[in-house]
Design a binder for this molecule. Structure first.
Ligand code: UDP
Length: 408
């Protein structure tokens, strides 16, 4: 077994790796290509960076190709992204021309590879027209949509739909994100990489260093929420919950860790609201972190007694997965993908109000044994459902199904 598979075997379980190897048997030697529009930055690139080498180790001849485009192409795909997520703004024809032109240019380069491939994964709307530009394709083509397109701006969806309807299958992250399409639609939820800086085990010393860097007392209970400063993440609700709980638990400390607010005008406003709500309470730590502070976030999540994710609206909520994986019960808003992860009374508690969150904080912080047993279940739940290896397993199952018609 390769070093890489062994490493994943150690955290995900040897049986999981054996299962992947078996599943990959009918796919060994086949040509698979992933196409997206960026090599670095964003969740899609992050996942592909890990998924591609693992797929390779399983004996599949996999390639990852990245489109290149001009500024007007990215302008168009940005508008398209916003429109598909519900922003009612039309895209000018000139931008759509750039989108079509860029895809045509990329197709010139990629056509031999794509037409030869047995399996092609096209990620998100940017490279969607490539299918129509490869008329002599022989493999199965899958459109992998990572965003929520359930309430799109209709004219933009109508335009894109013409490109994606011809695929053999599409994949969405959650059922609530999907649109009806005339082919097989699969739901494959996101996952985390247990070996990344964000999730790998850390030495105790590194965790204490992070706490002392932020002047957080390691001897007193800490609750943490990691999130962009966005109203839907309800950071002010978190402060209210902390305040209500602190009346009964005077030693309680809260860390709200986020970042990126300085170049986001709305983030700046929310951050100010949070600072006002904190009223200079020395036990509320508002931490502005750089975008690459993965180990720091990891340390804060590990240092927490309980993690909060009190969102009032949420897509999937990767921060919840990250916390559960670290054996922390999560008190989470009763919304979106949080509901898939926080199994009420088992891996944490679902709440609708700051009062509800405070009640659960008080309940748990008084019972360290309960925190421990819930945390144990939380980690097992993520191991079973939300690790990268599970996502790979589902991709492989989908490929076997498409090529060999298991589901027919
Ligand atoms: N994150 C980060 N720095 C921050 C805030 C968040 O690295 O300051 C990470 C967080 O650990 C998670 C991701 O960004 O991996 C946020 O994903 P999630 O699905 O929770 O929320 P989104 O921001 O996509 O709404």
């Amino acid at each position: 077994m390769s070093h890489l598979l062994q490493n994943y075997g150690q955290v995900a379980g040897e049986d999981v790796i054996r299962h992947l190897q078996k599943l990959a048997l009918p796919l060994r030697g086949l040509k698979m290509v992933h196409v997206n529009s960026t090599r670095v930055g964003g969740g899609v690139a992050e996942i592909l960076e890990k998924l591609v080498p693992l797929t390779q180790e399983l004996g599949i001849d996999v390639r990852w190709e990245v489109m290149s485009g001009s500024a007007d192409f990215y302008q168009c795909t940005k508008s398209m992204h916003n429109a598909l997520q519900g922003n009612n703004v039309p895209i000018p024809r000139a931008q759509l021309d750039a989108y079509e032109r860029t895809n045509a240019t990329n197709a010139e380069q990629l056509r031999p590879l794509l037409e030869e491939a047995d399996l092609v994964f096209i990620h998100d709307p940017q490279p969607a027209p490539l299918l129509a530009l490869c008329p002599n394709r022989r493999g199965k083509w899958i459109w992998r949509c990572h965003i929520d397109i359930s309430h799109p701006y209709r004219p933009v969806w109508k335009y894109l739909r013409d490109y994606v309807a011809g695929y053999d299958a599409s994949v969405f992250s959650l059922p609530t994100f999907a649109q009806a399409l005339p082919h097989c639609e699969f739901i494959i939820p996101p996952s985390i990489d247990p070996l990344s800086d964000k999730n790998i085990e850390l030495p105790e010393e590194e965790i204490s260093d992070v706490l002392s860097h932020f002047k957080i007392d390691p001897a007193r209970p800490l609750v943490v929420q990691v999130s962009r400063f966005d109203r839907f993440k309800d950071p002010v609700g978190v402060i209210n919950a902390y305040r209500l709980a602190k009346r009964y638990l005077p030693h309680l400390q809260l860390a709200l860790a986020g970042g990126g607010a300085s170049d986001d005008p709305e983030g700046e406003i929310v951050l100010n609201e949070v600072r006002m709500a904190a009223e200079n309470d020395a036990d509320i730590h508002i931490l502005m972190l750089p975008p690459d502070a993965h180990r720091m976030i990891n340390a804060l999540q590990r240092a927490a007694a309980i993690v909060l994710q009190k969102s009032t609206r949420e897509g999937f909520g990767l921060t919840v997965t990250e916390a559960l994986w670290k054996g922390k019960p999560v008190i989470g808003g009763n919304t979106g993908g949080i509901r898939l992860q926080v199994i009420d009374h088992h891996t944490g508690f679902l709440v609708n109000t700051p009062e509800g969150a405070a009640l659960r904080l008080r309940y748990l912080l008084r019972q360290p044994k309960k925190i421990q047993s819930m945390g144990y279940k939380a980690q097992a739940f993520v191991r079973e459902n939300f690790l990268l290896t599970r996502q790979l397993r589902e991709y492989l199952t989908l490929c076997v199904d498409l090529l060999h018609g298991v589901g027919d």
